[in-house]
Design a binder for this molecule. Structure first.
Ligand code: T5A
Ligand code: NA
Length: 225
């Protein structure tokens, strides 16, 4: 396995089906590819930083919006060396949420009318900066769904960010990130996630074939020019 593993990120709104689809994708790539596949997710709630994030998301603690943003980013940086090691060992890595969630959710908060003044002053650039330099994915699969349809799915409403206005803003910010990524040459595919699970799965599978046996190019860095 001289080729490094592919790094595939799945993004989307809450309840868009990321966990369902990353599991299915993992199975599919294990079948069609010539190498092991590993599934990771952010936030990784198992580390000390991840536990702070978990408490915050479940409203067991309060944090300034800047501070929680930096914790989400730190939670990715603490995984960086093991992520690179997996890819360099030739393992395909599928990642449930990444830096794009970080930007989408924090910047969306700044667009909500009732946000505190310091949060309303957050800029898109500020939101991107802490994640600049992390390993860049080879492919981003964005599960697109309206906040209304997502809301009808099981469990919606338990965590802090699962509110209609914020989710609507998150979807808008993801569109901006999509444009941003296309101009930077990173492959971003938007998938209609309101279809049945099997239909979404088939569409996702149609985009990953080329990556199943690894990648020849070096790993790029995110948001560095
Ligand atoms: N966050 C995250 C930040 O603010 N900054 C960051 O940097 C990061 C990384 C937690 C929160 O943290 C925020 C974003 C989030 O608000 P999380 O732990 O990933 O992030 O939690 P969620 O995204 O909320 O994960 P969910 O479990 O809610 O949603 P999924 O994974 O998108 O959806 P899934 O697969 O669990 O499916 C949800 C339900 O819908 C059904 C499933 O069976 C399940 O009941 N379902 C479908 N139903 C109908 N049709 C389909 N096609 C379906 N697919 C799934
Ligand atoms: Na999930």
């Amino acid at each position: 396995m001289s080729r490094r593993g592919a790094f595939i990120v799945v993004e989307g709104l809450d309840r868009s089906g990321k966990t369902t689809q990353t599991n299915l994708l993992c199975e599919h790539l294990s079948k069609i590819g010539d190498r092991p596949v590993k599934l990771i997710k952010f936030p990784d709630r198992t580390t000390p930083i991840g536990q702070m994030i978990d408490n915050y998301l479940r409203s067991k603690s309060e944090l300034d919006d800047h501070a929680i943003h930096l914790l989400f980013s730190a939670n990715r940086w603490e995984m960086r060396s093991s992520l690179l090691q997996l890819l360099n060992e030739g393992i395909t890595v599928i990642c449930d949420r990444y830096a794009f969630s970080g930007v989408a959710f924090t910047f969306a908060k700044s667009l909500v009318a009732s946000a505190p003044e310091s949060t309303r002053k957050l800029t898109y650039e500020w939101c991107r900066t802490p994640d600049a330099g992390l390993p860049a994915p080879d492919l981003i699969l964005f599960l697109d769904i309206s906040a209304e349809v997502a809301k009808l799915r099981g469990g919606y409403g338990d965590e802090r960010y699962e509110k209609a206005e914020l989710q609507q803003r998150v979807r808008e910010v993801y569109k901006r990130i999509q444009d941003d990524m296309q101009t930077s040459g990173v492959h971003w595919i938007s998938i209609n996630a309101s279809h049945e699970m099997e239909v979404v799965k088939q569409e996702i599978c149609s985009y990953v074939k080329d990556l199943s046996n690894g990648v020849n190019e070096p790993i790029k860095s995110l948001w560095l020019t």
